[in-house]
Design a protein around this ligand. Structure first.
Ligand SMILES: Nc1nc2c(ncn2[C@@H]2O[C@H](COP(=O)(O)OP(=O)(O)OP(=O)(O)O)[C@@H](O)[C@H]2O)c(=O)[nH]1
Ligand SMILES: [Mg+2]
Length: 159
């Protein structure tokens, strides 16, 4: 194992231990609120923190399991798709020198690779493969030029 790999593994260990530390703190806040609810129910009445307590415990569990959300946003052509492909270790998302990704994209771990397109209107969701996704939802050069000039020409903005 070279020194870069070792540093990387140490960093991963640090992230994992930090996640557990934050999870413990969330548990602590939840138990403080639970105690406060129990105490207040005997006197002036409950605070009504039940949903917050539930949420804190669920977030703590998600952190322990390594489930968390990572939001990647940025101006056009800033390398968002390239960064996510590098993170996934696979060239899944289209990336290009021209503005490229036409949709808000959410990535989730699954056993099978598929793309689900959700529409804003009443049209039902649709499942396609990554090749179709790249073909249909990569901005074409003409649209890219219009976008860069601030005149979007994308016809279907309902996704
Ligand atoms: N030099 C350099 N180029 C990069 C880097 N990351 C991405 N690129 C290049 O920048 C261009 C845009 O990258 P994308 O990953 O498509 O950027 P994006 O933010 O997803 O772009 P949109 O989807 O259009 O908003 C591509 O030609 C990439 O090869 C980087 O770290 N350094
Ligand atoms: Mg992109």
């Amino acid at each position: 194992m070279n020194s870069n790999t070792n540093t990387w593994l140490n960093d991963l260990d640090r992230v994992a231990s930090f996640r557990h530390e934050v999870a413990q703190r969330l548990d602590f806040i939840a138990s403080t609120l639970t105690q406060a609810e129990a105490d207040e129910s005997k006197t002036s009445g409950k605070f009504g923190f039940e949903s917050e307590i539930k949420r804190l415990l669920s977030e703590a569990e998600n952190l322990r399991q390594g489930v968390f959300r990572l939001l990647v946003l940025g101006d056009m052509k800033r390398g968002k798709s390239t960064f996510l492909n590098a993170l996934l270790g696979e060239n899944l998302l289209p990336s290009d020198v021209s503005p490229c990704t036409a949709l808000l994209t959410i990535l989730k771990y699954r056993n099978t690779q598929k793309v689900t397109i959700h529409y804003h209107n009443s049209k039902p969701s649709e499942e396609i493969d990554f090749q179709q996704f790249k073909q249909r939802y990569t901005i074409n050069p003409e649209e890219a030029k219009a976008l860069e000039k601030g005149h979007p020409k994308i016809n279907d903005t309902n996704h």
